[in-house]
Design a binder for this molecule. Structure first.
Ligand code: ATP
Ligand code: MG
Length: 182
């Protein structure tokens, strides 16, 4: 599985629909300060289900919607679409799909939706799809500034969760906690 393509519209500095294609292997994004490099990475974390506006450098979630500039009016919604190559059948429940497409939309009035391959789903379904794949919400495949220090400074039980995610057992543990609480 690998990230093949992203489509971003209305997310942070991306007012126009922007398509970014990735090849297998390493991609480096370069550009002047403030040109939107970090916003690309944040758009990926967002479409994967990030729920903390603060960790996306905002106060509240609608802050991710394009806020306008001197020349351009603000937009009313943000949409990010991530296309994953799944020809190796890596994503559980998608053996038949060579491509798995995740979409997240958020409107200024707070309405939001998630889709997997064009079908509406819950945030939970997105989390389930990626937990233990190495690309889950708490995985270390996306490391932002300050994260390394926070791993070193974390409490033992927090650090344990990092290892559990890396080992691929977090999904089962989360399910057990949920079942026991019913
Ligand atoms: P650096 O090299 O300094 O790390 P960068 O390329 O990573 O820069 P970003 O942090 O991705 O840049 O982009 C910052 C830009 O995004 C700023 O110009 C900021 O005004 C713009 N921006 C952030 N949120 C929004 C928003 N909601 N609407 C419009 N523009 C936004
Ligand atoms: Mg940056």
């Amino acid at each position: 599985m690998y990230l093949k393509k992203m489509e971003i519209v209305g997310f942070k500095s991306f007012a126009d629909r922007t398509k970014i294609e990735f090849d297998k292997g390493i991609t480096a994004v370069v550009g002047p300060n403030g040109s939107g490099k970090s916003n690309i990475v944040e758009s990926l974390r967002w479409v994967l289900g990030e729920q903390s506006a603060k960790s996306l450098r905002g106060g509240k979630m609608p802050d991710v919607i394009f806020a306008g500039t001197e020349k351009r009016r603000a937009l009313n919604y943000a949409e990010v679409i991530a296309h994953f190559d799944n020809t190796d059948d890596y994503l559980m429940g998608h053996d038949e799909d060579d491509e798995v497409v995740i979409t997240r939309r958020l409107y200024r009035n707070g309405d939001s939706e998630f889709l997997i391959n064009g079908k509406k789903c819950r945030l939970r379904d997105i989390h389930d799809l990626f937990t233990d794949t190495g690309l889950g919400r708490d995985s270390l495949s996306i490391i932002s500034q300050g994260r390394i220090e926070s791993v070193f400074n974390s409490k033992p039980e927090e650090r344990r969760a990092i290892f559990e995610e890396a080992a691929g057992v977090l999904k089962y543990k989360n399910r057990r906690i949920e079942t026991e609480s019913k």
